[in-house]
Design a protein around this ligand. Sequence first.
Ligand code: ADP
Ligand code: ZN
Length: 294
Amino acid sequence: MFGAIEAGGTKFVCGIGDDRGRIVDQITIPTTVPEETLGRVAEYFQNKAIRALGLGCFGPLDLDPASPTYGFLTSTPKLAWRGFNILANLRRRLAVPIAIDTDVNAAILAEHRWGAAQGLHTALYLTVGTGIGGGILVEGQILHGMMHPEAGHVIVRRAAGDNFPGVCPAHGDCLEGMASGPAIEKRWGSKGRDLPLDHPAWDLEAGYLAQGLVTYICVLSPQRILLGGGVMQQADLFPRIRQKVREMLNGYIQRPEIVANIEEYIVPPGLGTKSGLCGGLALAMKATEARKEG
Ligand code: ADP
Ligand code: ZN
């Protein structure tokens, strides 16, 4: 058995599961201050006899193993967690190999092993929820680069007549600032869940998300894009986004994935809402595999 943590700004979901991505037990712990939250996390795993633990974590994170602040949360808006060494804290509490990555990198890893990105070498998992974030698989490897991608913070072109300032604390009107769940709520004074299907919010939302996707398609050339997160529960968004992506690309990328089969190109996650927690399992498996190799 492996342990998995999906660490978010409002809750930590902890679970145990096997090497086929099956979760057999899980609990949810509210995110408060680090010591209290991680104390409860460690308590949960204490007697579970796990071989390794995978932590898919909110960020931004320092994921450069050569950096003196490797495993730290860096510029997170959750102030109690800013500059906190979450990896070392967990390692002190639990004597098993622990692997860390972003929540969305964990999710694309799980989708690659067990979900909608199986058999592909280059794919993107984008979550559209409280924030917007992307996990990226490139040529079979999870992309970290300098630290890790921050795909939600790409710059978008404003829709004509749209004066909404955006909600990103760092940038205002980046993609996350314009199209995250809190952006919808602030813009329209109502949660996305409560806005009717024919509300103008959805056309605008699809337009901004499509802009983001066009950027990712042009830069990364993914073989498939998976869209998850709370906002994507509005299933009507999928057809709207697909149509707008096609319009924006305007025939420039002549591939059957875009031109003929876009329904199979921009898709929901294969693991549904389990991508994140299964991502923890996939990371834990990687931790034991790396140990064998090393
Ligand atoms: P988090 O990003 O915090 O992990 P979620 O992915 O569940 O959590 O995203 C939460 C966001 O999704 C909230 O802003 C919420 O208003 C929005 N949301 C949840 N359900 C829906 C829905 N059916 N339609 C549109 N937005 C939704
Ligand atoms: Zn931003």
